[in-house]
Design a protein around this ligand. Sequence first.
Ligand SMILES: Cc1cc2nc3c(=O)[nH]c(=O)nc-3n(C[C@H](O)[C@H](O)[C@H](O)COP(=O)(O)OP(=O)(O)OC[C@H]3O[C@@H](n4cnc5c(N)ncnc54)[C@H](O)[C@@H]3O)c2cc1C
Length: 507
Amino acid sequence: MPHDKLFTSMLPDDSDDRTLLENIRPGTWENPQPRGKYDLVILGAGPAGMFAAVKAATLGAKVALIERNLLGGACLNFGCIPSKTIISTSRLYAEMRNAEHFGARVPGEIKVDFPAVMERMRSIRARISRSVSAMELTSMGVDVYFGEASFRGADAVTVDGKSLRFKKALIATGARPMVPSIPGLVAAGYLTYEGVFNLTDWPRRLLVIGGGPQGCELAQALCRLGSQVTIVQDEPMFLRQEERDAAQILSEVLARDGIDIHLNTQTVNVRVEGKLKLVDLVRDDDKQTVTADEILVGTGRVPNVEGMNLEAARVEYYGETGIRINDFLQTTNRRIYAAGDVCFEHRFTHIEDASAGIVVQNALFWGRKRLSALTIPWCTYTDPEIAHVGLYVRDALEKNIPVKTFTVPMHDVDRAITDGEDKGFVKIHVKEGTDKILGATVVARHAGEMINTISLAIGSGIGLRSLARVVQAYPTQAQAIKMAADAYNGTRLTPALKRLLRLWLAW
Ligand SMILES: Cc1cc2nc3c(=O)[nH]c(=O)nc-3n(C[C@H](O)[C@H](O)[C@H](O)COP(=O)(O)OP(=O)(O)OC[C@H]3O[C@@H](n4cnc5c(N)ncnc54)[C@H](O)[C@@H]3O)c2cc1C
């Protein structure tokens, strides 16, 4: 398959990107001949498709995996992996600038070597791509096909002129960047997450449209890597769904990093003057023009439902929310399943992993596993990170569940203080009068790691009382969770019990 046919070209054409492509879209690849009727045909080889393919093939199923672009999907190529790699370098630069607060000195001026940052990213991406390579998948027994997949009826898919018959199919075609219709934007040119990791030099002035996870993560990283960043969000706070105080901390740290923040602001027009992009912003009656060298659009993703002839397969879908599924991940054609960004409300790689297990069990082994049974945490990898699991207070109240919240600020946690990472909190919500954990939000440098403990507790039905009994290594930032649990235990002492204890001790 010639590389110039790829929808998304990888730039620059260096040895790392060539290794990457050899793994995830080999230039000499020949699609296999179909091996009769497949147990499972999968459309799309992002995390959802790949996890399902590997799980099913490992259990002995005959599996075909079809990818029109690059194996690994958004996560490997322009999502989790490249973003987290440059975020780690950007944190290092922020720490170097802040070295004096740690009693350390960085000799000389701190200069960002942006090409080296991106080179490291490409090399890490190429390294990780080995585990999802076409050869690796083939060695596991998966038939890998490159080409655009579309249904030929309710039990067959065509790709590259071949017809693949199936007992069950999985649609895992993911999503693509959503581009808002702002006059002048297309003519002026813009980046999305699909192009931003191709940069070899930083944009001196960068305007980011969108204050969701993608926009905030990339705005902070690129600011710390030297760009002068402006971020525009049309809502009153960043990370719309997160708790207000978490979003407030994020605003403060982005401002402290030097990002020019415009909340409650609409981007209404883009003009080009010479090499510059002039972006008109409106907030209430206030109009302002920001000059940028590049615009990065981070306004979310839209599901890939077009071009698959879903009507022929009797699969219902909607343009905005994607494929209609039930709790067992079946589409309106019960033999066809869907998983991942093409149909889920929450769009994260770890959900694709968990849901792939549901698809394989339900489709191939008469399972009745439900999506709603999963406990799904998520994290925005800004600094500090913002992680959440379970219900928000507003969700609980909507369900008429009374809530009691235990909050521990990170500035009360010894390890957070020693590490100079004391911004944030751990907040755990329980059902009032019980220790049943309903949900939690963690804002901390390593919130993504910390949330997993609470996720484990919710998923296993472990209450806050049991968490208080866990002996944790000292000093760790995760102790904030134990401190919240101890605070819960404190509330179990009723005045009568306290009086009794006092009497006992006096005796
Ligand atoms: C910048 C960014 C950062 C992110 N960071 C994180 C993170 O830190 N943690 C996290 O959990 N998630 C993160 N995500 C989200 C994560 O990348 C996605 O949730 C995940 O990739 C979705 O997997 P998927 O398999 O559903 O879809 P995709 O990854 O979109 O893969 C779908 C695949 O299907 C292919 N396809 C589409 N149509 C067809 C067709 N007709 N025929 C054949 N193939 C087709 C596509 O080419 C694509 O390769 C991030 C996303 C972005 C954009």
